[in-house]
Design a protein around this ligand. Structure first.
Ligand code: FES
Length: 190
């Protein structure tokens, strides 16, 4: 048995500590995600330390971390679901209510970027996408986020779209990046 499975800090079984996923309830975690979570056990001192990397895996697979996934994860890790909820609510990064859009746009509004027009970029996106930071467009394509420093202060204002950083962004460039993404999506549907 993996030693992490023994180190949950409690003597009760996971089923006793955590509301089990009711039989008949649709399991939301793909088996490969559960396997990847278990694979982390040998790299961390206990299963509580696996919560954060596990949440990343879940959000990557499902686009968000719904309540059912929290309950399942609690069972896998053998810890109370409330501890996972605490971690979830601490990090703005994770979504719980609905899946992220295909493109997650982070606009930095920390000092350097704010002074160089970051707020204007955010306003432009608010208007163009018709959503507020933290929201996703109805078509599920874009999620808008107001970011704290993205670590690219020398290139303010900075915008991150999924994994791609766009330095010294201007409204015109942002407009053409969004146009290009829309065009790619349209072509992909044909
Ligand atoms: S202040 Fe915007 S990237 Fe640092």
């Amino acid at each position: 048995m993996n030693e992490c499975a023994l180190d949950t800090g409690e003597s009760m079984s996971p089923q006793e500590k955590t509301p089990a996923v009711e039989s008949g309830e649709v399991a939301s975690l793909p088996p490969e995600v559960i396997a990847s979570v278990r694979a982390y056990f040998s790299y961390y001192p206990n299963t509580r330390a696996v919560v954060l990397p596990a949440l990343h895996l879940i959000q990557q697979a499902l686009g968000y971390v719904p309540k059912s996934a929290v309950l399942e994860l609690a069972n896998v890790l053998g810890i109370p679901a409330s501890e996972i909820e605490d971690t979830l609510s601490f990090y703005q990064f994770f979504k719980q209510d609905r899946p992220l859009g295909k493109y997650r746009i982070w606009v930095c509004r920390s000092l350097s970027c704010a002074l160089c027009g970051g707020e204007n970029l955010l306003d432009y996106l608010r208007e163009r996408l018709n959503i507020e930071p933290g929201e996703t467009t109805a078509d599920g394509r874009f999620t808008l986020e107001a970011a704290e420093c993205l670590g690219a202060c020398d290139y303010a204002p900075a915008v991150l779209i999924n994994e791609t950083l766009y330095p010294t962004m201007t409204r015109e460039r942002l407009e053409s990046v969004l146009d290009e993404l829309s065009k790619q999506d349209t072509n992909g549907q044909e």
